[in-house]
Ligand binder design. Structure first.
Ligand code: IVH
Length: 669
């Protein structure tokens, strides 16, 4: 291609990718398979690498992040970013509606919206291209976080349709609950402290220096205001118009935004969302009521801090008062000690609450807790209720002050707290019972050795009967020992023994995960297995060799070294090896990860390969075979005599259908 052709091709690919991004993220209605999208993106990336002079600031390749920002510049807002006056009282809302109605003699319309619980952002577009994104900051100036905002897939990098030449759009960046929970799950796996709530985490994420990390977290954004345009319209109409330019805007069908002319309409909206907010896939902390007409907004104007034409109604966080009966301490698999409050049972948000998390020693100190205190319990963003304060008026005389324990409640070892860590740890890994049991439970878990017929309760029973004290002991268990346990029938004992035997087929990466090396979660175990191939190479790797592996930093390398230095661990691994577990990766000939994350349905009769051979080829290249077609299927390989019903289903779901020839072509690419 000559340079001009390259330029045109880059433009064409970008446009196509922008379009598919929009269909996938904003409309939730993709028209091509992920695989095909990835192929297009890769083509564009390759061209951009070869011809950096043609790279556009808003190329779809910017979505994956990669820019490291040392310091975010300060930017003065063209229109100050004000806050809203808010109230918890419905009476004040109706007073406000009445007052506004009296002030304005023309007809009034109100727009009711959700109050998204995230971080405000102002995004500027010039000639349809995203030029800058700035946080609220102190309201008059904020931070330039453009490279991070570009990784948010629902924010268009280039607009479509009939957009204004130069304008700013404002909205709220938030953490969808699904992605927030996934992030915390990963952190649990790596024994990292979990994030407390989606809002603060969204805010922290937006200010991270590595935009690649931001891209991986899956933030989202709703837009709620257009500034600097001359279009004569109301706010509601403008938001709808922004949807035509490619923005994700609140949908009237879902009642995320609603127009009404009456107080009753406003009250109905508030009542609906107070009741239904728990069903949303993101958090809101109230609703916002705005005057629709821009002309009337202008007439009403602003106070120093907030517009007179808008007000927010905040939901009350549900809070109850109850008695703190005791504090107990739980010791986890890693030895981390978590205090938990036992409460006098009380009804809160539809469930009966008996316990509340106290997180760590600092929290106990902050609350200055005493036994039998009357405490306020709230269910906020966090899933587990928490104690937010003490009603000092009701503190019993001479109540006993609660101090964090100094020794492990299970094995009496003195607890330690390393500098910079929030948790106290019991370092007695080798005999502290919950740590030992926890390690076995982790080992048998679904993502590790996945031993059928064995669950936490049975581990407890086997442990208490002294039949096992570590995971290697599982492989010495005999049927007659197991069947003697209380409530253990012949059949269950048999299942257990067979389950243990079956686990010897589990691939190395999952065995490695099961060993429970601190910070080595599922993904990291895969990575280590792939790059070092076997346990001996891992056990003898030096610090330098370890940190040379992608994603492995000092802390993880140290933890791996420490694990393999330990005599007891060495013995455990030897016993597992003797039992026949997999300690090296089984590399199949021609293996690639070409189809990683993709699922296939193979159906019909083929000319070159048998069905089994096709399925093997899929697996060797990292793909997954599934038996029936669903919306989650990525490809259908269709041979002769494939049933018409299946074919129709695949077509209806817009799944890519490959012939045997197509598949062979992709294989050989
Ligand atoms: S309008 C001049 N609409 O609430 C007022 N704000 O306290 C402009 N927020 O900083 C804001 N959802 O971060 C507006 N539907 C919504 C909102 C919303 C959440 C946040 C926003 C703002 C704060 C105001």
């Amino acid at each position: 291609m000559n340079p001009n052709e390259v330029k045109i091709e880059i433009g064409r690919l970008s446009k196509e990718l922008d379009h598919h991004n929009y269909l996938y993220y904003v409309e939730s209605n993709p028209s091509i398979a992920d695989y095909d999208f990835d192929v297009l993106l890769k083509q564009l990336q390759e061209l951009e690498e070869k011809f950096p002079e043609f790279v556009n600031e808003n190329s779809p390749t910017k979505r994956v992040g990669g820019d490291i920002t040392k310091k975010f510049d300060s930017v003065v807002h063209k229109f100050p970013m004000l806050s809203l006056s808010n109230t918890y009282s419905e009476d004040e809302i109706s007073d406000w509606v009445m007052r506004i109605t009296k002030l304005e003699d023309g007809e009034l319309e109100f727009v009711c919206e959700l109050k998204y619980d995230g971080v405000a952002i102002g995004i500027q577009y010039v000639n349809g291209a995203l030029t800058r994104a700035v946080t609220r900051g102190d309201g008059s100036q904020g931070e330039n976080v453009t490279s991070n905002v570009k990784t948010i897939k629902t924010i268009p990098l280039r607009l479509k349709g009939d957009f204004p030449k130069d304008f700013e759009i404002r909205g709220e960046i938030f953490f969808p609950l699904k992605n927030f929970n996934r992030l915390n799950e990963q952190r649990r796996e790596h024994s990292e402290p979990e994030f407390a709530n989606p809002r603060n985490t969204a805010s922290g994420t937006l200010k991270m220096q590595n935009s690649k990390v931001v891209a991986s977290r899956g933030l989202d954004c709703f837009l709620y205001g257009v500034y600097g345009t001359n279009i004569e319209a109301g706010h509601y109409e403008m938001v709808n118009r922004a949807a035509d330019w490619g923005f994700k805007t609140p949908k009237p069908e879902k009642r995320f935004i609603e127009k009404t002319k009456t107080v009753g309409g406003v009250m109905e909206f508030i009542a609906y969302w107070d009741k239904s907010r728990g069903e949303l896939p993101f958090e809101i902390d109230g609703v916002v009521i705005k005057v629709n007409s821009y002309r009337q907004q202008e007439e009403l104007g602003f106070t120093a801090k907030s517009p007179r034409w808008a007000i927010s109604y905040k939901f009350k966080a549900e809070r109850v008062e109850t008695i703190l009966e005791s504090v107990v301490y739980q010791v986890g698999r890693t030895g981390a000690v978590t205090p938990v409050a036992n409460l006098k049972p009380v009804q809160l948000g539809g469930t009966k609450v008996k316990r509340a998390s106290l997180y760590n020693a600092d929290q106990i100190e902050r609350l200055n807790l005493h036994l039998n205190d009357s405490v306020y319990v709230e269910k906020g963003g966090e899933i587990i209720p928490k104690i937010i304060g003490v009603n000092l008026d009701l503190r019993p005389v001479e109540a006993e002050h609660i101090f964090f324990i100094e020794n492990c409640p299970e094995c009496n070892t003195r607890l330690e707290r390393k500098e910079g860590e929030v948790h106290h740890y019991c370092l007695n890994e080798s005999t502290c019972p919950p740590q030992k049991k926890g390690k076995i439970e982790h080992f048998i878990g679904r993502k590790a050795l996945n031993i059928d017929g064995l669950g936490a309760e049975t581990v407890d029973a086997l442990f208490d009967a002294r039949l096992i004290s570590n995971y290697a002991d599982l492989y010495d268990l005999k049927f007659h020992q197991v069947v003697e346990l209380e409530r253990m029938a012949d059949k269950s004992a048999n299942n257990l023994i067979f389950g243990v035997r079956g686990s010897k087929e589990i691939p190395f990466e999952r065995v490695l995960f099961g060993l429970g090396i601190r910070f080595v979660g599922e993904t990291l175990a895969k990575k280590l297995a792939k790059s070092l191939k076997n346990i001996d190479a891992l056990a003898s790797a030096t610090f330098e060799e370890l940190i040379a592996i992608d994603e492995i930093g000092d802390r993880i390398a140290e933890s791996i070294l420490m694990f393999f230095r330990d005599e007891e661990n060495k013995q455990l691994i030897q016993r597992l090896k003797d039992a026949g577990l997999n300690f090296e990766i089984i590399e199949k000939e021609g293996a690639t990860n070409k189809f990683e994350g993709k699922s296939f349905v193979v159906s019909g009769v083929f000319d070159v390969f048998s069905r089994t051979e096709l399925k093997e080829a899929i697996e060797i290249n990292g793909g997954k075979n599934v038996s029936s077609i669903s919306a989650k299927t990525d490809f259908v390989i269709a041979g002769d005599k494939m049933g018409p019903a299946k074919l129709k289903k695949a077509t209806d779901l817009e799944i890519t259908i490959l012939s045997e020839d197509d598949f062979i072509k992709i294989l050989n690419e």
